[in-house]
Design a binder for this molecule. Sequence first.
Ligand SMILES: C[S@@+](CC[C@H](N)C(=O)[O-])C[C@H]1O[C@@H](n2cnc3c(N)ncnc32)[C@H](O)[C@@H]1O
Length: 386
Amino acid sequence: MTIEFTDSADHSVDDHSFPSEHHWGNYQEPKKSHRTAVSAEFELSKFPKTRFYGSKRKQLSWLLHHLQELRGTTVLDAFGGTGTVSLLFSHLGKKVTYNDVFRFQEISAQALLGDLGDVSLYPDRMKMFLATVTPKDGFVTQVFDGLYFKPEENRWLDGVMEKISEKESKAEKAVLLYCLFQACLSKRPYNLFHRANLNIRYSEQPVSFGNRATWEKSFGEHMLLAYSELIRGRKLISNPITVLPCGSVDNLGSDFDIVYMDPPYFNAHRHTESYLTRYHFLEGLARFEEWPNLIDQESKIRGFSERIEPEEWHSKSEFESSLFSAISNFSESTVVLSYVADAYPDEKQITEHFRGTFRQTKVFRQEYQRSLSTRTRTELLFIGKP
Ligand SMILES: C[S@@+](CC[C@H](N)C(=O)[O-])C[C@H]1O[C@@H](n2cnc3c(N)ncnc32)[C@H](O)[C@@H]1O
């Protein structure tokens, strides 16, 4: 993928409606030399291409443009997701702490960003592991028959989970699971688990939302690819990154120079699926031993019977106050909030909350082409300084 890093792609706006005390004091627009642009483009190609809903992978160049000028050493990536932005901050020389509410994200972040101890990622390691996997009937084969993957693929998943469970090293398990999660995402139409739509894989109809050849590649092939992306991505780390045990943003301390927040978004007009609904299958693999007790037997997609995200972040009616109190909790830090237009609460409400919380506030915007669509999406970036 080519990442644009041009002045013309940036439509940042000063918020001229702010009273003067809310403008940046001596804030200067980030200056980009040609050299910075070229090296940034070169390095950004090394970030893993995880297919995750809300990933900032495609906005990295734009984010880099604004984040590289922020003062401060310590950064909290509070809704870390794929860890892409943690990696970007680390690449900029910051000391990063990663957090996410899901176990599968914590494990993935541990593999991509964390301390792997004495586990070395030599090229043939994954091939040697894959050669040990024998397909077998098990929990996935029985419970997910006909939902997400073909029967022989489910048997392979049961086989690989048996081998991963035998590993004693937590770091080694994390690396294997990271690659398995990536493979599962790549093999799914839409890269999601919110619908049981295996029939799409059997149909002969042309598809506009994915690639049949990618779905039909084996888990092993995808895991090898993810493994090489992981090795390349880890080279971008500059300082050791702390990966917190999975948990909600509400439970975090506030002692960071910079807090980056990229929360779930609620569409202002339509129902929005939760992250658990989209990725329950990966969370189940991450909690393999307890998974049988977590399944809702009535659910057509065999989702979880209980939520992982706290209700106040999951329900649209409570989201606004959760988001605003999290922002206020970090009022002593520089807070950077990634957001989208057309979400609830809207840009005006968020701007007002920033103005009431921080001494200086700035809002930037950028239009992106939606993938597989002619429509555009407007990304917003709020930066509040104490
Ligand atoms: C928009 S995504 C973040 C994407 C991330 N910046 C990236 O580039 O991949 C939102 C993330 O917030 C996480 N999340 C949802 N509720 C949370 C909570 N209460 N506390 C912490 N993380 C939460 C989700 O698991 C999801 O990974």
